[in-house]
Design a protein around this ligand. Sequence first.
Ligand code: ADP
Ligand code: MG
Length: 635
Amino acid sequence: MAGTVHGFQTEVTKLLDLLANSLYSNKEVFLRELISNASDAIDKLHFLSLTNPDLIKDDGDFRIRIRADKDKQTLTISDNGVGMTLEEANEHLGTIAKSGTEAFMKSLSGDAARDSQLIGQFGVGFYSAFIVADRVTVLSRAATAAEGEGVRWESTGSGTFESEQVSRDHRGTDVILHLKDSEKDFLETWTLRQAITKYSDHISTPVMLWEEKFEAPKDGEKQDEKKEPKFEYTQVNDAKALWTRTPKDIKDEEYKEFYKHLTSDYEDPLNWAHNKVEGELEYTSLLYVPRRAPWDLFHNDRKHGLKLYVQRVFIMDEAESFLPNYLRFIKGLIDTNALPLNVSRELLQDSAVTRKLKKALTKRSLSLIERLAKDPEQYATFWKEFGNVLKEGPVEDYDNREQVLKLLRFASTHNSSDAQDVSLEDYVKRMSEKQTKIYYLTADSYQAAASSPYLERLKSKGVEVLLMWQRVDEWLMGNLNEFDGKEFVPVTSSDLKLGDLADKQEEQEQKESSEKHKDIIERLKKALGDKVSDVKVSTRLIDSPSCVVGEHGQMYTSQMKRMLEAAGQSLPEEKFILEINPTHRLVEKAAAEADESRFAMWAEVIYQQALLADQGSLKDPAAFVRTLNTLLTQQ
Ligand code: ADP
Ligand code: MG
């Protein structure tokens, strides 16, 4: 071939190496990928022909054809879809089009077993042809191009491809696989039929296989007479879009296979909901919850959204207007008669119909997740993957706040591990009669939360505290007031609002204690000066000598500070209230110190310790260590 030689994008070369070298247990996936590309090409042309019927006037019967040639050892997948120009072929079949190339490269480890898992995550697409072929030829012509503007593309999958302009008398694409000797099985009708049935049942375009035609012997013909076999294309699938069928007639396997076709995910979804709605607002929706989060779930520029069909015609991918952002992990499609065929993204954004559909689909998604939550094991999988996204819900979606709150799960002092499986309803159910608030603690890690001194008093009273350490938690809790009429109170708040939980005797004791320890309180205030806003006898400490609390409820945790600092915001210097536990040995020892300059060192240690426990770090750790060592070594 006398075409131009091009180098593949580095990422493609790596992917191809990977495909060639990793053992593929499921080689037939190449058929799914190529049929799916053919079907996409036909959908695209179908869409274009809505406004430009001339494009298909010579051939209006969309179809995909698959033909094996045993003599040439080739398998050809043909479609009469939108086709490609030379430039498009060079671009689309020479690079990985997805924005994830960089992430893909980064995630490659060189460990074949691990990397072959990754291929699944990123979708092998067109290049999966090289799993079974040692040479691939593509012949194509764009639907808009003239006869002389066809293209021939060819590659052996090792570093380069060749392409050139050729003449082609019809639109559409042939992908010709020159099969490896080891993959001749894919020339057998039986093997092909099996695989194609599996991957094309839900495709709305007919998929035809070139098969031997069996004719009953005619009268007078001898049974054993040798005849040339006759071949013809027979349709393999029923070419009825899956979502248009009646839900009860669709098998789970079909739903799963359709999900894979739709998303190029290689894993089964966690569950799905298929609804056909008639009446004023007619639509059919098929929504899936994936098993695994995509790598870019938290990237702002990540594309997401449902596939949109209008009257069964494919209109666009990733129509994001139908679901709120916090449900961006839901995959699936919507098919509606309520929108015009020529609807654009812009039109979708400010259409009243879209808003109504969004409301309905949000409800459907939430009840789909509620269904998942009934199975704790499945929900744990879901929560691990998508919990942090769902936490955006109560703030983003005021209308459904209570419903989303019920779907959240937290770690808690009720558990002895970091398992996040406590719902707010569980918490409220376990509350004693005297408790009227929901207590929570945000920290840098589970460890830091679980061993926080702020929990001591509440623990001793048997009050459960929700433990949080995800980035989103601070923001979420900062935006929530209550659940089920019960106020959220951070245990770091200066006023724990214990209400009936604080018994009278304790209060009396504390009052007396404050009175009794007035002395050390005054000395501490003097020694620490304006480093602290106040010093008090604590109501919450049992095992720790001291802690710091914010003046107005919540403090910035170090996590929050890092976030704000990263965003270039300077924080006002924070001043804390120092709370002390006067019966702790360390505090007693300090109180017994008569020398004020040594007492100042004790004060420093008591204060810095409290800061350290809360913040996880100190501004000047060396100074702290020096002071501590002086106290430890001087008698
Ligand atoms: P994806 O389908 O996810 O985009 P693929 O690797 O499967 O990734 O295909 C890459 C691109 O090549 C497609 O997006 C499309 O532009 C083009 N392409 C592949 N097969 C065909 C085809 N049969 N007809 C037209 N274009 C095709
Ligand atoms: Mg594809």
